[in-house]
Write a protein of this length. Structure first.
Ligand SMILES: Nc1ncnc2c1ncn2[C@@H]1O[C@H](COP(=O)(O)OP(=O)(O)OP(=O)(O)O)[C@@H](O)[C@H]1O
Ligand code: SF4
Ligand SMILES: [Mg+2]
Length: 326
């Protein structure tokens, strides 16, 4: 279901260039160890566009979100460059835009304060009476949009169903009319109806002109709403494909891992591939997919490919320029 809102004239909201995130860890004694979690990540997002980031648990998806928002833990090191509407997105600008132009729909409903009524936490702190009235009206408008009646305003988080709590989190993000929304795993734990609803809300946000980064490990959810899908593997983005390329026998997909994911979908016959993603500390200098690849080339063992551009898509594979055929 492709979003039709993106045109060449849509403004580029966020560009992320060669981002890496590592942690400084102290091991025995006072020895320092650098653990790299995300490597050389490059990604753009435009107004009205939904970019899904697809990766397994622990692959660095939430860290990427927190890196964009400027809320990484203190022991994290962020390298590379991010720009928001053409301006360098440094920590100062992140703090200015966070919760305003750039909003997070957090991964866990635990982000809600258990001791505060939901309407109060969506409105946030405000001392000025006029400002409060404006925000209260906006909160009601957003709650109505997401099917949360007046009676919900005075409830505490423990009184909400899973689906309602998700909608409150979405409302918290939308109260400031953000231009860029990062939705971190908004569907796990929800029943089918609530998943559908949540994905519809996400589509609605893009239809209203926002850029949305949808972080998920649910490929079906990604294919349902996204325009582009970026696939994480062992901390690297190994392909950024147009959603339309996930069709047929996957012949337009350029990376063997993306095709393996696609072929593992129930509708494509559950063709599961062997092996697992290596941890960052176990990576060698070659391609991260080398151990699982059916057709490696001579250079694959020793040279990790860069993310190259082919016909508008991006792929990190020495053979990515070749179209796949069975
Ligand atoms: N403060 C920290 N110090 C060291 N390592 C960390 C820290 N926070 C996260 N990590 C590591 O970074 C990796 C990526 O974490 P992240 O939370 O981004 O994964 P994720 O892709 O969002 O996973 P999930 O799908 O389970 O939410 C994990 O392996 C995690 O152990
Ligand atoms: S770079 Fe080589 S090993 Fe890696 S996926 Fe491509 S062909 Fe396979
Ligand atoms: Mg996460």
């Amino acid at each position: 279901m492709k979003n039709t809102n993106i045109s060449k004239n849509s403004e580029k909201l966020l560009s992320v260039s060669d981002i890496s995130i590592s942690f400084l860890q102290y091991t025995q004694g006072l020895r320092q160890n650098i653990l790299k979690v995300i490597s050389d990540l490059t990604l753009d997002i435009r107004e009205g566009e939904i970019v899904a980031i697809l990766g397994s648990s622990g692959s660095g998806k939430s860290l990427l979100a927190h890196g964009i928002l400027g809320i990484l833990p203190n022991n994290a090191l962020l390298e590379g460059e991010m720009k928001y509407r053409g301006k360098v997105l440094d920590q100062k600008l992140k703090e200015k835009l966070r919760g305003d132009e750039i909003a997070l729909i957090p991964q866990s409903v635990e982000f809600l304060d258990p001791l505060m009524k939901v309407s109060e936490q969506v409105i946030g702190e405000t001392k000025d009476e006029n400002e409060f009235k404006i925000k209260k009206a906006k909160q009601r408008e957003v709650f109505e949009k997401y099917g949360l009646g007046k009676e919900v305003d005075d409830l505490y988080p423990f009184q909400l169903s899973g689906g309602m709590a998700r909608r409150v989190l979405i409302s918290t993000a939308l109260i400031s009319n953000p231009k860029l929304i990062i939705a971190d795993e908004p569907t796990p734990g929800l029943d089918d109806k609530s998943i559908k609803e949540t994905l519809n809300h996400i589509k609605q946000m893009a239809d209203d002109g926002a850029g949305v980064i949808l972080i998920t490990h649910d490929i079906n959810a990604a294919l349902e709403v996204a325009d582009k899908v970026a696939i994480f593997y062992s901390g690297y983005v190994i392909e950024i494909a147009d959603v339309a390329d996930f069709s047929g026998e996957g012949e337009n997909l350029r990376h063997p891992y993306t095709r393996a994911l696609y072929n593992a979908l129930p509708q494509n016959g559950f063709a599961l591939s062997d092996g697992h993603q290596p941890l960052h500390e176990d990576l060698t200098e070659g391609c991260v997919y080398y151990d699982r690849c059916d057709h490696p080339t001579d250079s694959c063992m020793s040279i990790n490919p860069d993310l190259g551009e082919i016909e508008g898509n991006k792929v990190r594979c020495h053979r990515g320029h070749r179209k796949y055929s069975r």
